[in-house]
Design a protein around this ligand. Structure first.
Ligand code: ADP
Ligand code: ASP
Ligand code: MG
Length: 404
């Protein structure tokens, strides 16, 4: 009897009809003889709505209370899916993160899972029930509820699959799997049948929202194979696994974009050792993840220092930058949230020098200006105007012939 983890995202549980469809799918696995642990996200846009509600009563809500609020969304889904299963004669029990043994650090809103104690889930499965776990949440050693960062139900699913030594970790959403670009932006995008952890990790951290980056990282570290599939069809989906298990990869496997990024610049910072360390360590203390960084050419002992962060981190990043700029005697801080990042990802890229030229050429032919560039072994990213993101994704997708 195989243990299976099946995770259903917000769009899959958006209303009563969809919850019944999820229950059908889980019931089919139970009837095949599998033991199933289900992980669910909050219904539809619930998390965004709860965030708006919180902001309406307090522009800077305490992290602990925000997590208490956000965690409620997943609990609603877990109870409803459990009820829908019961309506089909399938025995099921809903569990909050703490009941499912998800233990995290104390970092509210972006907590990391420290360990999973799967005893309760195992007991329920052994008793012939489906365990329906509320994703995205855990418990810190302070006994306070934490959440695992946006898209964090994927993290719950992967960590639970690992702890249960599950035969599969299936992540269901509203798309057939992982595509060469976001199919909502590029209709010519092609579904990939396999992708290495490394490539998926880059795609996810560069904005391909279909899987959470931290979840992919955890899966890679613990050897959990992820099967990304659609809730609404029987398609084969995409397997995320070790590169050596796959056929030789393409030079470029996909285009990712992220329109929820912002650029911050500290103007005319003194040009001396230790400045960057001072800024970026202050940002790290506030848990701000910095992405792209550029420093302008030195002119008269001062530089401009620019970097990008996610929208989520913008308020904290601005606060830190303004404080550090004042200490350093910089002449000012500017910020811009109407930028977007477009990236190409591929394990075969390191050995192919032409990739950057093809990327820049595709953007140039569209008249799209590049504001920042960053590269790694397996990706190249460009920062552009947000209004141009769809045109950029489609042009780059075409230039690398990814729809073939
Ligand atoms: P869920 O709510 O189930 O967690 P998400 O909305 O987080 O689902 O992720 C699914 C969405 O990810 C799709 O609707 C799609 O628009 C988007 N997406 C972005 N990039 C990709 C990609 N490369 N492949 C597939 N989907 C992608
Ligand atoms: N509901 C949470 C979010 O919207 C977690 C998730 O969907 O995975 O980010
Ligand atoms: Mg998601």
């Amino acid at each position: 009897m195989a243990v299976l983890v099946q995770k259903f995202g917000g769009s899959s549980v958006a209303d009563a009809g969809r919850i019944r469809a999820v229950a059908n799918r889980v019931a089919a696995a139970v009837r095949r003889g599998d033991q199933v642990a289900v992980v669910v996200s909050a219904m539809g846009d619930t998390t965004d709505e709860l965030l708006e509600l919180a902001a309406a009563v307090n522009p800077a809500p305490p992290g602990r209370e925000l997590d208490a609020l956000l965690a409620s969304g997943e609990q609603v889904s877990a109870a409803l899916v459990s009820m829908a299963l019961a309506a089909q004669g399938i025995r099921a029990v809903s569990l909050c993160g703490w009941q499912a043994g998800i233990h995290t650090d104390r970092c509210h809103r972006k907590a990391s899972i420290l360990h999973v104690d799967p005893r309760r889930v195992r007991e329920e499965l052994a008793a012939g029930k489906v365990a329906v776990v509320a994703g995205f949440q855990g418990l810190a050693d302070t006994q306070d509820v934490t959440t695992l960062g946006r898209g964090g139900s994927d993290m719950t699913a992967v960590a639970l699959a690992c702890a249960l030594e599950a035969a599969a970790c299936e992540i269901y959403s509203d798309v057939e799997g992982v595509y060469t670009a976001d199919p909502r932006l590029e209709p010519a995008a092609r579904k990939l049948s396999h992708l290495s952890y490394e490539e998926m990790l880059e795609m996810a951290s560069l904005g391909a929202q279909v899987l959470q980056g931290r979840a992919v990282e955890y899966a890679m570290q613990h050897g959990v194979r992820i099967h990304a599939r659609s809730t609404f069809s029987e398609g084969p989906g995409t397997m995320i696994e070790e590169a050596r298990e796959m056929a030789v990869g393409a030079v470029v496997s996909g285009v990712a974009h992220d329109a929820k990024v912002a650029k911050i610049c500290l103007l005319e910072v003194p040009d001396r050792p230790g400045i960057a360390e001072q800024l970026f360590s202050a940002l790290a203390t506030r848990q701000v993840n910095v992405d792209m960084i550029i420093q302008s050419v030195n002119r008269q002992q001062v530089n401009d220092l620019c970097f990008t962060v996610s929208w989520e981190d913008l308020p904290a990043a601005r606060e830190v930058s303004e404080a550090v700029a004042a200490q350093l005697g910089a002449t000012g801080v500017t910020w811009d949230d109407q930028v977007a990042k477009v990236s190409v990802v591929g394990a075969g890229m390191a050995a192919n020098p032409g990739v950057a030229a093809t990327l820049f050429g595709a953007l140039a032919r569209e008249g799209i200006n590049i504001e920042m560039i960053s590269t790694s072994e397996i990706k190249i990213s460009c920062l552009i105007r947000a209004a141009e993101v769809q045109r950029a994704v489609r042009a780059v997708h075409r230039a690398f012939d990814l729809g073939r």
